[in-house]
Design a protein around this ligand. Structure first.
Ligand SMILES: [Zn+2]
Length: 325
């Protein structure tokens, strides 16, 4: 075949056409494989960290996975000296004298920062996210066994919720502030927005029960993915105002939607057993949809009583358990 002949040019054109098909097809396959790999990685990361408010509220498991990661890495230990040092710093340092200190002048608690002697066999059952349709069952169980507990509540302007708050107080339980919106991204946007969220629930509790709440629990715990940039300022500001917060050192795992009752019971029992000789603060939920709590409570209470643990309500005389930050 001669270079320059018609046949030669035909072959050149055919080769070019073949390359025009093969190269883009090859590229498309390679990019498709890469895209698939990246999608898998993204799904894995999304599973670990809820990215939006919608995911946060719809997927309690994702939130609880963050909490458990935080709990494990934060070593929930008593950090009283650190807390008191931070409070001193907040009271005296111009770095902490910021505009938000002038907000909500009624959000102050007169606290002498002296704590009662530790009750080493104490177990503090705490219920977050209520009141809800299961709270009255929880209260019935607690009354049946003569146990006092602690409720970290979420704002709800219904008459049923107000009645439940009054019943908690009448039956000797402690009410602490949890949140108004429970929307992490919004609450932890700034110290100001945290205070705004906190104030509404604090005022609501006091108006409905006549008791001013003195303790609280940070939504997601005191150290979480959402509040890291402001956590030290936020904690300092809340302590400066006299509010004491409690994290936990035993998690029931009941925030996970798929968990079975017997798993919740064994999480609590083994978690408390692990805290032998020291107090245990147990995280549970009586929020909407947390039906399991009423079924597991009798087993938990009977087992803890059998092992000689004393169940008590929290108040601001109990030295707190706070995550390390
Ligand atoms: Zn919560």
């Amino acid at each position: 075949m001669n270079i320059g002949s018609v046949q030669f040019f035909k072959r050149v054109i055919l080769c070019c056409l073949a390359l025009m098909i093969i190269i883009p097809t090859g590229l498309a396959i390679a990019l498709g494989i890469e895209n698939h790999k990246l999608s898998e990685e993204l799904a894995l990361l999304k599973g670990k960290i809820p990215q939006t408010e919608t995911e946060e509220t719809k997927d309690p498991e994702a939130v609880s996975s963050i909490i458990s990661v935080v709990s494990e890495t934060s070593r929930a230990e008593t950090k009283l000296n650190r807390i008191l040092a931070l409070r001193e710093k907040a009271a005296g340092s111009p770095a902490y004298s910021l505009d938000y200190q002038d907000l909500y002048p009624d959000l102050y608690i007169d606290h002498d920062w002296v704590f009662d002697k530790e009750v080493s066999n104490a177990v503090y059952l705490t219920f977050d996210d209520g009141p809800s349709e299961v709270t009255s069952n929880v209260l019935d169980m607690l009354r049946l066994y003569g146990i006092k507990a602690t409720f970290f509540v979420v704002y709800d302007d219904s008459t049923e919720a107000a009645d439940l708050l009054r019943r908690m107080v009448a039956e000797g339980h402690t009410i602490g502030v949890h949140s108004t919106t429970h929307q992490y991204r919004q609450i932890y946007g700034s110290v100001e927005s945290f205070l705004t969220d906190f104030e509404k629930t604090a005022v609501w509790i006091e108006e409905e029960t006549g008791v001013k709440p003195e303790i609280f629990r940070f939504p997601g715990g005191s150290v979480n993915t959402y509040n890291l940039p402001i956590s030290e300022m936020l904690i300092a500001e809340m302590l400066r105002r006299g509010y004491l917060y409690f994290d936990w050192n035993v998690s029931s795992g009941d925030a996970a939607g798929s968990i079975r009752s017997n798993e919740i019971v064994s999480n609590v029992i083994s978690g408390v057993a692990h805290r032998e000789g020291e107090k245990a603060i147990v995280l549970m939920h009586d929020g909407p949809g947390k039906e399991t709590v009423k079924n597991v409570l009798p087993h938990i209470i009977e087992s803890l009583e059998a092992s000689g643990r004393e169940m008590l309500p929290l108040d601001n005389r109990v030295e707190p358990i706070c995550f390390d930050y």
